[in-house]
Design a protein around this ligand. Sequence first.
Ligand SMILES: NC(=O)c1ccc[n+]([C@@H]2O[C@H](COP(=O)([O-])OP(=O)(O)OC[C@H]3O[C@@H](n4cnc5c(N)ncnc54)[C@H](OP(=O)(O)O)[C@@H]3O)[C@@H](O)[C@H]2O)c1
Length: 226
Amino acid sequence: MATYLITGANRGIGYEYCRQLQARNDIVIAVCRTASEELKQLGIQVEEGIDITSDASVADLQTRLGNRAIDALINNAGIVKRVTLENLDFDSIREQFEVNALGALRVTHALLPNLKAGSKKAGSKIVLMTSRMGSIADNTSGSSYGYRMSKVALSMAGKSLAHDLKPHGIAVAILHPGLVQTRMTNFTSGGITTEESVKGLLARIDELTLGNTGTFWHANGEVLPW
Ligand SMILES: NC(=O)c1ccc[n+]([C@@H]2O[C@H](COP(=O)([O-])OP(=O)(O)OC[C@H]3O[C@@H](n4cnc5c(N)ncnc54)[C@H](OP(=O)(O)O)[C@@H]3O)[C@@H](O)[C@H]2O)c1
């Protein structure tokens, strides 16, 4: 039984992480801005009012946790906004960097003492929910400036974290969930369910070790190109 902390836990993939982890008897700390009814129904610990773009908010989360050990941090919260070359909205690009790249790094940095406490037992883990859209090698269709650029930045942070935290016994996974039916994708009919995606994501997290830290995986187990 391990303690997992998940951001963006009120809906989509984040909620499903909470549901599946609770079902297998892990301890879950669900972090969100506003709890959804379905999250409240799970009866797990919910830390509401946390915006990952705010230093004060994330510091508040750390204060609430105190010296509690965390075995796995899943940086799941993210946004996508359409930015094309014809409509290059720099404020939108900046906002996507704030949430997708800096937000995840801010939460990770603030919770390092908790993760280091977790690693004393069996080694702790950090997950960054990136996207295949943040693969430079896989970019065959262009556009999506804010989302693609912010996810590349997130993946790069993940690689540096993997190097920096290996000596502390903390492993890092950089994960793509597949194309998933959530609000982010307008519940696209071409996507997989959150149930299927998170089943694969948890298998990757379970397999994560200091030996394979810093790898970019698809939820289905495929290693993705940078
Ligand atoms: N769905 C896909 O096909 C897909 C593909 C590749 C990667 N991903 C990645 O997977 C992750 C989860 O995506 P999803 O599909 O589950 O998206 P989603 O349903 O849109 O959920 C996004 C979550 O992020 C939270 N969030 C956004 N901005 C935040 C902020 N400033 N502070 C705190 N929380 C914030 C949202 O909270 P609110 O409800 O408060 O807005 C929500 O809980 C994201 O990082 C996404 O980029 C998804």
